[in-house]
Design a protein around this ligand. Structure first.
Ligand code: PLP
Length: 478
């Protein structure tokens, strides 16, 4: 079998039909919540290894695969922090697949698109235009890259010698995302290098942070980085980035910001815009396009203030990757010099297409609307006699318990049960987390299809299910 179609006209018809099925699906996103994959369906996914041809496979993609999505394109999906996708993604992904560009380097279109996306992002974050950046899978990888650059700054010979200096230390608030912990482990710094600083409603406790840094210097450690959080995963809190910048400058410590979703409050109206004041003073920022910029998975980014140190951390151009002064083998930058991937997909195209389609104002208005929706959810919760907020809503995350009149254990079982039943019924997706030993419900609204009516009906569903779970009071479990 040839790997190109024998009959392009036939392929064209099949592809058009599939495109229509995709558009139908997205047009009716509100009808398609997550649903579990039926057990007989699972066996249908098994690869026989036999060639079935375009028509059969296209039909199976539409009928057997597409229905079983994560459900995050549905308006009442608030679980974890999942972006909701964009129609513009259908356009850009179609072109990406057709071009099949390798964005690792050389002189061709996609690299100019990535450059445009990075330049735009540097500007939005208030970084100098001399800064640098690269698109990656997500904030997890972006964090590894940023902390590798921070490590290189303290140990300039680390690429040759490994870590041969004093024990390096990193500082972050207690609610820091596990991505930072993983990055520290991966970079060989050891988890004990991470100093967790008490953190509250206003983020990292600054005086504890300063004390820890001073103590470490005195004890002979080498403080390497402060990781500030712009939008904590549990409660959507923001560290005081201006103060963190001051402290990092005073002690000559790299300031990295985990702004996975929260960095994009830069596009929102006040008061949310102000949450990221000071982000422009960081040495590096990790953030995602696939969360609060709604871009189809996967797409994250790291930005760095100092291009030279960024490139110096990762650049490797052996003979077979040498630059030509013209022709395809030329071009600059080569994005493989700013990260660990050599072969890279054209992630920039879906970002470029979205920004060009909806504009900063369109995307920003949606981010603002998500914050307003979270505030409205909080209002509804406070109006109910049993529900209670776990913490005030500062951005787009609303964390609450469905019945604060119960014991902690009863609340935990009730909240877990509500999360599961809402997911199973397709009414809404909340996730859970633990605060003060109690499992609570949590909505992170990074969903441009959510409006106030969605929020209202989701909270009504929570109340309905709370009532339905009538045993919990007396039994203490469910
Ligand atoms: C999601 C998230 C991460 C990890 O990002 P990925 O894109 O999933 O790799 C890191 N930090 C925060 C605050 C997050 O919300």
């Amino acid at each position: 079998m040839k790997l190109d179609p024998d009959e392009w006209e036939e392929f064209r018809a099949i592809a058009h039909e599939l495109l229509d099925a995709c558009i139908d699906r997205l047009e009716n996103a509100a009808l398609h919540p997550w649903k579990p994959v039926p057990i007989d369906q699972v066996s249908k996914f098994k690869l026989s290894g036999q060639a079935k041809g375009y028509a059969t496979v296209a039909r199976r993609l539409a009928q057997e695969i597409m229905p079983y999505s994560t459900g995050n394109t549905h308006p009442s999906f608030f679980g974890w922090v999942h972006g909701s996708g964009l129609a513009s993604g259908i356009l850009s992904e179609m072109v990406s697949a057709t071009m099949n560009s390798n964005a690792g380097g050389r002189d061709h279109g996609i690299n100019y698109i990535e450059r445009a996306v990075i330049e735009w992002s540097l500007n939005i974050m208030g970084f100098p235009s001399s800064g640098s950046g690269v698109l990656v899978t997500g904030t997890s990888q972006a964090t590894v890259l940023a902390l590798a650059a921070a490590r290189q700054k303290k140990c300039p010979n680390v690429r040759q010698d490994g870590i041969s200096s004093k024990q390096l230390t990193i500082y972050a608030g207690e609610g820091v995302h596990t991505a930072t912990v993983k990055a520290i482990e991966l970079l060989g710094l050891g988890r004990k290098a991470l100093r967790l600083v008490p953190s509250g409603r206003n983020g990292i406790d600054l005086s504890s942070l300063k004390k820890k840094i001073t103590k470490d210097f005195e004890a002979g450690y080498l403080p390497m980085a402060i990781v500030g959080t712009a939008g904590s995963v549990d409660l959507g809190r923001f560290d005081d980035l201006l103060s963190l910048a001051e402290i990092s400058e005073d002690h000559n410590i790299w300031l990295h910001i985990d702004g996975a979703f929260g960095a994009w409050t830069r596009l929102a109206d006040d008061p949310w815009h102000a949450l990221t004041d000071g982000i422009s003073l960081a040495d590096s920022i990790a953030c995602d396009f696939h969360k609060w910029m709604y871009i189809p998975y996967d797409c994250g980014m790291v930005l760095m203030r100092d291009e030279k140190s960024h490139r110096g951390t990762f650049s490797s151009r052996p003979d077979y990757l040498a630059s030509q002064n013209r022709g395809l083998g030329g071009g600059d930058p080569w994005y493989c010099e700013y990260g660990i991937d050599l072969s890279r997909s054209a992630r920039a195209l879906k970002v470029w297409t979205a920004i060009e389609t909806y504009g900063e104002s369109g995307l920003g208005a949606s981010i603002t609307a998500n914050c307003n929706a979270a505030a409205f959810m909080a209002e509804l919760i406070e109006r109910d006699v049993k529900m209670a907020l776990v913490a005030p809503v500062v951005s787009n995350v609303c964390a609450f318990t469905a019945d604060a009149t119960l014991t902690v254990d009863q609340q935990s079982s009730l909240n877990k049960e509500i999360a599961i039943r809402l997911q199973m019924s397709g009414d809404a997706v909340f996730s859970t987390t633990v605060q003060n030993n109690c499992t609570i419900l949590r909505a992170a609204i990074t969903n441009h299809r959510t409006n106030m009516d969605t929020v209202k009906s989701c909270i009504e569903s929570v109340i309905r299910i709370r009532k339905a779970v009538h045993h919990y009071k007396t039994r203490g479990d469910i």
